[in-house]
Design a protein. Structure first.
Length: 107
């Protein structure tokens, strides 16, 4: 699965997310430690759907089934990376995690 489009840059978009949560480590740690990550996941799905629906005509995923499941895939991956990041005590930089997301999006 490769997510390629001029309006979707996985590294830049996820870097923004990871930088935000790096700046708000306590918030993210509390969410993860309180087992409330479903709230993050649900919001990631909302925003992912908006992003993918806005570029639906131009993106390589023109199949409605793919467009239906792509937001869940991206959201679950992002959410689980954030959980692991908390468990690793934020050892990786936002840039490192963004590059991982890019690698995962190409597989």
């Amino acid at each position: 699965m490769t997510i390629e489009h001029e309006n979707i840059n996985i590294v830049n978009n996820t870097n923004t997310v990871f930088t935000f949560f790096q700046d708000h480590k306590v918030l993210l740690s509390n969410i993860v430690n309180s087992k409330l990550t479903n709230l993050l996941y649900e919001q990631f799905i909302v925003y992912s759907k908006i992003i993918f629906e806005n570029i639906e005509d131009e993106i390589c995923y023109r199949n409605s089934v793919e467009l239906k499941y792509l937001p869940q895939l991206v959201s679950a991956t992002l959410c689980n990376i954030l959980i692991q990041w908390v468990e690793n005590d934020f050892q990786e930089s936002p840039d490192q995690l963004s590059k991982l997301m890019q690698i995962f999006s190409k597989s």
